[in-house]
Design a protein around this ligand. Structure first.
Ligand code: GLN
Length: 195
């Protein structure tokens, strides 16, 4: 069986995520076909979904105007996995505490959009992530932080007393960019492991 992996291609590291999904799938002897998504009508045929970083204001606006937002809701209702990174995390959150971002409310967290961007624009650090045996090389770029985690969500990683990764049902969300390293373990954790 070949899995179809959709990468929302409004903005962000689309090809890097495609490579990471292919690497993760190969490690689980699974074939994967990557589809880039800019229009409505494709998400519902995807088994896996990826929402990259970029600018959350732009991404949320385009998802709504194209009608992709409701398809993402349906994908999650069907309990199919989603990896949301950086701006993707912000877009899926319950509340981004910023009226310019109309969040989808699928991930039961509130976020501070530019929590790390205010301190240092970008940095890389080894990060302990629940479910991984050794630290993950996490790249943060104008990164958000999760401020509060609701009842449905669980914390997967913290850095400097801030929550930087969480899971809510089929959604894994990271404040950092797992696609910017060779290490595909976050993609594996999201798409090829239970729980
Ligand atoms: N902080 C940015 C935002 O609000 C996200 C940055 C990123 O995705 N690298 O959209």
């Amino acid at each position: 069986m070949t899995l179809t992996a959709g990468v929302i291609a409004v903005q962000g590291d689309v090809s890097e995520h495609a490579t990471a999904i292919e690497t993760a799938a190969a490690r689980h002897d699974t074939a994967v076909e990557v589809v880039t998504i800019r229009d409505a009508g494709l998400v519902l045929d995807c088994d896996l979904l990826l929402i990259p970083g970029g600018e959350s204001t732009t991404i949320s606006t385009l998802l709504a105007s194209e009608g992709i937002d409701d398809e993402i809701r349906t994908h999650v209702e069907r309990d199919k996995p989603v990896l949301a990174t950086c701006a993707g995390l912000i877009v899926l959150a319950r509340d981004a505490q910023d009226g310019r971002v109309d969040t989808l409310g699928l991930l039961d967290v509130t976020v501070d959009r530019n929590a790390f961007g205010r301190q240092a624009d970008s940095f890389q650090t080894p990060l302990d992530v629940a479910g991984l045996d050794t630290p993950f090389p996490a790249v943060f770029i104008r990164a958000p932080a999760i401020e509060t985690v609701g009842e449905r969500a669980t914390v997967l990683a913290e850095w400097n007393d801030r929550i930087v990764a969480a899971r809510d049902g089929p959604i894994v969300a990271t404040a950092f960019h797992p696609e910017l390293t060779e290490d595909a373990r976050i993609h594996e954790l999201t798409f090829f492991h239970e729980g």
